[in-house]
Design a protein around this ligand. Structure first.
Ligand code: KG4
Ligand code: ZN
Length: 351
C-alpha cells in the first residue's frame, strides 16, 4: 500500500481517557491526541462515571477537529469512522459513539462500532507488522484480565478470565492502600523499584489450580493486612505485590499453553502491559517456549484512539465491501470478545 492507503479516524471514550487518532491501513499514525481525566478523578481515588461522561462530551469535538488539523486533513478525506461502542462506562461510550455516528453521517462514510477489547487485542499488530495469527494474548487492563487465543480478526477464544478483580484494579487498590494516589499502576511500579519483592509473604491466588482463571481479590486483602500490620515498608509491599501478581500471570499462562498451545507468539496488551516487570516476565516465558514476544509501545498499551482506528482498519481489510455498522448501533456496557465463553462471577465490567 502506498500514500493512498485507507485512513480511519478512531474515537475512544470508554473510561477516563478521551482519545482520537488517524491511522492508515499501512500502519501509520497520522495524528493522535489524548486527554487524560486523572486530575478530575484523583480526588475520588477512582473513575466517577458522571464526571467522565461530561469530560468526554466537553473535549471530544474540539479534539477531533485538532487531530484532523494536525494531519492537515479534511473529514471527507477519511475513509471510515471507528468509535468504541463498548464495553465500558456507558455514559462515556455513548458520547464517543454518538460523535462517531454524527461524523459518519455528515461525511457519508462507514461507521465502525469497535469493541474496546478488540482494540486492545489487535493493537500489537499495529506496532508489529510481522505479527500474524494466531497468537496467545494476555489482556490486562483496569477492567479485564483475560487470556485469549486470537485466531483472526473477530475470532477470539477466551481461555481464562478473572473471577473477581482485574489486575489493573488490584494495582489501583494497592496504590490506594499505600496512599500513592490515582492512577495507581505506574505509582506502584515506581515504588516497587525501591523495594524487596521477597520481603512480604503474599498469596498467589489460584496458582497451580486446575481451573484456568485468575483471582486477585485475596491478594488485595493480603496487601491491606500487610499494610495495617505496620511491619512492612511500603516499597516492600509494592514490590512483593507486583511479584505475586506476575507469578499469577505466568502460572496461568503456562497452564493455557499446556492446554491450548503451542502458539507461535505471546502478546500482551492493555494498561498493565505498560509495567516493565510484567513485560520482563512475559518475555522470559515466551523465550522458554520458543515463542515470538510482542508488547506494543507504552502509548498503545493504555487506552488510546489509535487502537480503535486500527481495529477499524483491520475490519475494513477483512471486509473491503463493508458498508458500515448501522447508525442505530447501541452502546454496550458489556460486550465479551468471546460470546461462547461462560460468564464468570465477578469478571470486570469496566474495560
Ligand atoms: O487499558 P487501560 O488504560 O484502561 C482500561 O481499559 O482499563 O488500563 C488501565 C489500567 C489501570 O488499572 C492502571 O493502573 C493500569 O492499567 N496500569 C498499570 C501501569 N500503567 C497502567 N499497572 C501496572 N503498571 C503500570 N505501569
Ligand atoms: Zn482499555
Amino acid at each position: 500500500m502506498g500514500a493512498d492507503a485507507t485512513i480511519v479516524l478512531g474515537i475512544e471514550s470508554s473510561c477516563d481517557e478521551t482519545a482520537v487518532a488517524l491511522v492508515t491501513a499501512d500502519r501509520r499514525i497520522l495524528a493522535e491526541r489524548i486527554a487524560s481525566q486523572d486530575a478530575e478523578h484523583a480526588p475520588y481515588g477512582g473513575v466517577v462515571p458522571e464526571i467522565a461522561a461530561r469530560a468526554h462530551a466537553e473535549r471530544l469535538a474540539p479534539m477531533i477537529e485538532a487531530v484532523l488539523g494536525d494531519a492537515g486533513m479534511a473529514l471527507d478525506e477519511v475513509d471510515a469512522i471507528a468509535a468504541t461502542a463498548g464495553p465500558g462506562l456507558i455514559g462515556g461510550v455513548m458520547v464517543g459513539l454518538v460523535s462517531g455516528k454524527a461524523l459518519a453521517m455528515a461525511a457519508d462514510k462507514p461507521l465502525i462500532a469497535v469493541n474496546h477489547l478488540e482494540g486492545h487485542a489487535l493493537s500489537p499488530r499495529l506496532a508489529d507488522e510481522a505479527l500474524g495469527f494466531p497468537y496467545l494474548l494476555l489482556l490486562v487492563s483496569g477492567g479485564h484480565c483475560q487470556i485469549l487465543a486470537v485466531e483472526g480478526v473477530g475470532e477470539y477464544r477466551r481461555l481464562a478470565t478473572t473471577i473477581d478483580d482485574a489486575l489493573g484494579e488490584a494495582f489501583d487498590k494497592t496504590a490506594k492502600i499505600l496512599a500513592l494516589g490515582y492512577p495507581g499502576g505506574p505509582a506502584v511500579e515506581k515504588l516497587a523499584r525501591e523495594g524487596d519483592a521477597k520481603a512480604v509473604p503474599l498469596p498467589r491466588p489460584l496458582k497451580g489450580s486446575k481451573e484456568p482463571h485468575f483471582s486477585f481479590a485475596g491478594l488485595k486483602s493480603a496487601v491491606l493486612r500487610a499494610h495495617e500490620s505496620g511491619e512492612h515498608k511500603p516499597e516492600d509491599i509494592a514490590a512483593s505485590f507486583q511479584q505475586a501478581a506476575v507469578d499469577c500471570l505466568t502460572d496461568r499462562l503456562e497452564k493455557a499453553l499446556r492446554e491450548a498451545g503451542p502458539f507461535p507468539a505471546l502478546v500482551v496488551a492493555g494498561g498493565v502491559a505498560a509495567n516493565q516487570t510484567v513485560r520482563g516476565a512475559l518475555e522470559a516465558l515466551a523465550a522458554r517456549h520458543d515463542m515470538r514476544f510482542t508488547a506494543p509501545p507504552l502509548s498503545l498499551c493504555t487506552d488510546n484512539g489509535a487502537m480503535i482506528a486500527w481495529a477499524g482498519c483491520e475490519r475494513l481489510a477483512l471486509e473491503p465491501e463493508f458498508a458500515g455498522d448501522p447508525l442505530d448501533f447501541k452502546a454496550r456496557p458489556r460486550w465479551p470478545l468471546d460470546p461462547q465463553a461462560e460468564a464468570v462471577r465477578g469478571a470486570g465490567v469496566k474495560a
